[in-house]
Design a protein around this ligand. Structure first.
Ligand SMILES: NC(=O)N[C@@H](CC(=O)O)C(=O)O
Ligand SMILES: [Zn+2]
Ligand SMILES: [Zn+2]
Length: 430
């Protein structure tokens, strides 16, 4: 059946302007069949009230916690949460139990993810067996099973020579190495930015631990030619190093999270683990450098680092609670409301960083709107403003410091491969 959506607004990929247009797609082939006006023939017509029809969002960094930590999240709840945030593709990190270090685990996530019938999931497999930082996993088998990239996210690969071996092998197989940059000899048992740590009375986590590791891996990426992707960049020094690496022609990409673009350590005035995230919220100078890096393309894409934990775990105080914040459902509304509306970031930059850019760098079929392309849409309502209420989340996680913030730009509907995977207000099935 050919379905035509009238009354929506599209973002012009060249000019960055919004314009009214009708989009027609086939719900059997899952392809866009026409972009034009209300005269395009169709079997069914739906009419919007000026909502944006954006390409489905792509998030290269989520934690779905399945297998092993299903009290925090399941494939079902995590992918439903992603769909509710307008995402049609997510890449999930391997710090599950068991960790994604073997082909059968990659296949299990892919198969069960497909069965959920929501957002597509692309497993990122471990660099080292059990994420122990020692023996390398079998990259060829992991790739063959469908792993999109390799990472030990949650911790960094501490041993330099082993990372060099990993990059050499990954380059041969044309697989990206995705790094959680943390030199543990510097970060130690730190939990917050040193300033905030002093206020709360917990150990500080040195900002330098991030850039130190990025510097090492840039050098190794230059030597090996691997595609190096840097997770959740948070400091001014890291941005400067990545900018330098790009100028040298190193094959490097980087992501920044909504929380590192919007929050700083100065907000942490009481011992509430809702603020605890790795890398930690940094200083205002770091936040501004991330913003600048995001605007000039040094930080290529937005990734949420959606990291759900249980209410119980997050009630243990900053020292004892696990690191992490949820992100899938609030990413676009927060960035739209607090960066695009005040004129800090152009809408076109935000949208490309959540669509075309990750699609291009990771070879995902999506991220653009053109005839013959995949019918993947985030239909976004810019008129409805509401308060962020974690109790209404689709994710099992409630851990967000943005609770109570007002935002607009909520996803009204998400369409993936021509099928509706989310309608605002739909029932949660967890
Ligand atoms: N970001 C976090 O604070 N936590 C992540 C781990 C990670 O992304 O490094 C988690 O798995 O909970
Ligand atoms: Zn990480
Ligand atoms: Zn992560």
């Amino acid at each position: 059946m050919r379905i035509r959506i009238d009354g929506g607004r599209l973002l012009h990929s060249q000019t960055g302007e919004l314009y009214g247009a009708s989009v027609c797609y086939d719900d059997v082939t899952g392809k866009i069949t026409a972009i034009g006006d209300e005269t395009i023939p169709a079997d069914k017509v739906e009419t919007l009230q000026g909502e944006l029809i954006l390409p489905g969002f792509i998030d290269m960094h989520v934690h779905l916690r399945d297998p092993g930590f299903t009290a925090k999240e399941t494939l079902t709840s995590g992918l439903q949460s992603a769909a509710a945030g307008g995402f049609t593709h997510v890449a999930c990190m391997p710090n599950t139990n068991p960790p994604t270090d073997a082909a059968e685990i990659v296949r299990d996530i892919t198969t069960r993810g497909r069965d959920v019938g929501k957002t597509s999931v692309h497993p990122i497999a471990c660099i080292t067996v059990s994420q122990k930082g020692e023996a390398l996993t079998d990259f060829a088998q992991l790739k063959e099973a469908g792993a999109i990239a390799l990472s030990d996210d949650g911790k960094g690969v501490q041993h330099g020579r082993r990372m060099l071996d990993a990059m050499t092998r990954a380059k041969e197989l044309d697989m990206p190495i995705v790094i959680h940059s943390e030199d543990e000899t510097l970060s130690g048992n730190g939990v917050l930015h040193p300033e905030a740590a002093k206020r709360i009375g917990v150990p500080g986590l040195l900002e330098e631990s991030e850039a130190a590791m990025i510097a090492r891996d840039i050098l190794l990426a230059e030597r090996t030619g691997v595609h190096l992707h840097v997770c959740h960049v948070s400091t001014e020094q890291s941005v400067a190093l990545i900018r330098w690496a790009k100028a040298r022609g190193v094959h490097i990409t980087a992501e920044v999270t909504p929380h590192h673009l919007l929050l700083t350590e100065a907000l942490i005035t009481e011992d509430d683990a809702v603020w605890k995230v790795n890398p930690p919220l940094q200083g205002e100078r770091d936040r501004m450098a991330c913003l600048e890096g995001f605007l000039d393309g040094t930080l290529d894409m937005i990734a949420t680092d959606h990291a759900p934990h249980t209410v119980d775990e997050k009630s243990r105080g900053i020292l004892r609670a696990p690191f992490g914040m949820v992100g899938s459902e609030v990413a676009f509304p927060l960035l739209y409301t607090y960066l695009v509306l005040p004129g800090i970031v152009p809408l076109s930059r935000l949208v490309e960083a959540m669509t075309r850019v990750p699609a291009t760098h990771f070879g995902i079929d999506g991220g653009a709107m053109h005839v013959g392309g995949t019918a993947d849409f985030a239909i976004v309502d810019l008129t409805k403003e509401k308060e962020i209420d974690p109790d209404r989340f689709y994710t099992r996680g409630r851990n967000t410091p943005f609770a109570g913030w007002r935002a607009t730009g909520w996803t009204a509907r998400t369409i993936h491969l021509g099928r509706e995977i989310f309608i605002a207000g739909e029932e949660r099935f967890i």
